[in-house]
Design a protein around this ligand. Structure first.
Ligand SMILES: C[S@@+](CC[C@H](N)C(=O)[O-])C[C@H]1O[C@@H](n2cnc3c(N)ncnc32)[C@H](O)[C@@H]1O
Length: 301
């Protein structure tokens, strides 16, 4: 697929002071936690390596991904992966990132079925909105798309992508907090990936689902996703990840122990289905990625 975003690695403005202070805090935390010299040395080496590429620096500052880096993790030019830092290659190839890629393919397949004349599709939060902008619109001549996000950079990059693709659908962007939406009975489809995985509290997930429910027309469809518990939680894990390879082990140490990433709000299928039902949704269908790490839920108002 042709990429319209320049993943130039010069995208992110890094605040060197914040980066240095986060590296120091991280070093101190690791030194307190790992007294065994080899364990500590490995983690300090990985920490040092993270500072050597832009994705690593962004993660050290934010402990999560914004719209740009989410899109990058899914759509980076795979044929050029050998040119990247070895640790970056390893993170991009790891199971969680691959599951993100598979999930987006599933989203696009489902979203494509709603590309019909007269339809109004939305992505909330939209990020760069590849989940809608990459669809095939050649068979429709009247369709509207709305992207809603809090982040200016994501909205600008998405606008740039839309312009470069020369798409026929009309588009509008709203800079708004998804939790305070006041849109009623408006959309035929809402594609919503990447927000619930940062929400620790079920009540916040419910609030988001309720807002999305209200914004859909009767019969409208919500496509959303959730992260399942990893094998580290044997009682709750539904993943079929099998043996972890070397990339997965390194990714687990980097994301879980060094960065303590904030996208670790796992839920079971039962839990997420319960929240969707509580918000009013019916007809729940779940589509798993190959390891059931990042399943997709399709539900109807
Ligand atoms: C992980 S990205 C996902 C973007 C896109 N759906 C995708 O799959 O590529 C999460 C996005 O949520 C946005 N975001 C975070 N909190 C938000 C809020 N309260 N309201 C709207 N957008 C929000 C961020 O700016 C970011 O673009």
């Amino acid at each position: 697929m042709q990429s319209f975003i320049n993943y130039s690695h010069k995208h992110t403005q890094i605040d060197q002071n914040i980066l240095n202070s986060n590296i120091l805090e991280c070093k101190q935390r690791l030194q307190c936690k790992y007294s065994e010299p080899d364990e500590l040395a490995l983690r300090l080496k990985l920490l040092e390596e993270l500072t050597q590429f832009d994705l690593g620096q962004f993660l050290l500052i934010n402990r999560g991904l914004n719209g740009y880096w989410t899109d990058y993790a899914i759509n980076y030019p795979r044929e050029q992966i050998d040119e990247l830092h070895e640790l970056e290659q390893c993170l991009l190839r790891s199971k969680p990132f691959y599951a993100t890629y598979e999930r987006q393919q599933i989203f696009k397949k489902i979203n494509q079925t709603k590309v019909e004349n007269g339809a109004h599709l939305a992505a909330i939060p939209c990020g760069l909105m590849s989940e809608l902008l990459d669809l095939d619109f050649s068979q429709v001549n009247e369709l509207q798309i709305t992207g809603i996000d809090l982040d200016n950079d994501s909205l600008l990059l998405s606008q740039r992508k839309y312009a470069a693709l020369n798409l026929t659908p009309k588009i509008s962007y709203l800079k708004q907090d998804a939790f305070s939406l006041t849109i009623n009975n408006h959309f035929d489809l809402i594609s919503s990936n990447g927000l619930t995985i940062y929400l620790t509290e079920d009540k916040d997930v419910l609030q988001l689902f309720t807002k999305l429910y209200e914004a859909l027309k009767i019969g409208g469809v919500l496509v959303t996703s959730f992260l399942t518990y990893p094998p580290l939680f044997p009682e709750l894990s539904e993943q079929t990840a099998g043996e972890y390879n070397d990339d997965d082990h390194v990714a687990r140490v980097v994301f879980g122990e060094i960065l303590e990433v904030s996208w670790s709000c796992f839920r079971t299928t039962e839990q997420i289905s319960g929240l969707l039902k509580q918000a009013g949704f019916n007809d729940i269908t779940i589509y798993g990625d190959s390891k059931y790490i990042f399943p997709t839920c399709v539900v109807r108002k």
